[in-house]
Design a binder for this molecule. Sequence first.
Ligand SMILES: [Zn+2]
Length: 138
Amino acid sequence: MNAYNKPLPYLDPESRPFWEGAKAHKLLLVQCRSCKTHRFPPTTFCAKCSSGDYDWVEAKGTGKIFSWIVVRHPVPKEVYAAEVPYIVALVALDEGVRMTSNIIDCKPEDVTADMRVSVTFRDVTPEITLPAFKPVKG
Ligand SMILES: [Zn+2]
């Protein structure tokens, strides 16, 4: 396996549980203990009720494409030349939050608004696993 040469997330105290979940192939979200609202990215306080009490919970891993772009110009070229074209999407998860990710196993011309997608996981280094989404078949 070649060394992964693309940007990797920095695991800070607020995001570390998300990335540890991803490594275990689980998509984790913060859920407010008080009003049960999910939030992503993780924050200390709930934007709906201001509570600071929350739990990390596993998302269903399904949602729909809210918006997307197709990257055709590799920057930096040495790193992304083999990847283009690729899809960067804002996925509206069924829990009500939106998550930026890649859409894989899908041609750029086949992406549509509201297309149903489900999470998949790419183990890119021994420490880091990146969630991505793929179309739900059928
Ligand atoms: Zn709340």
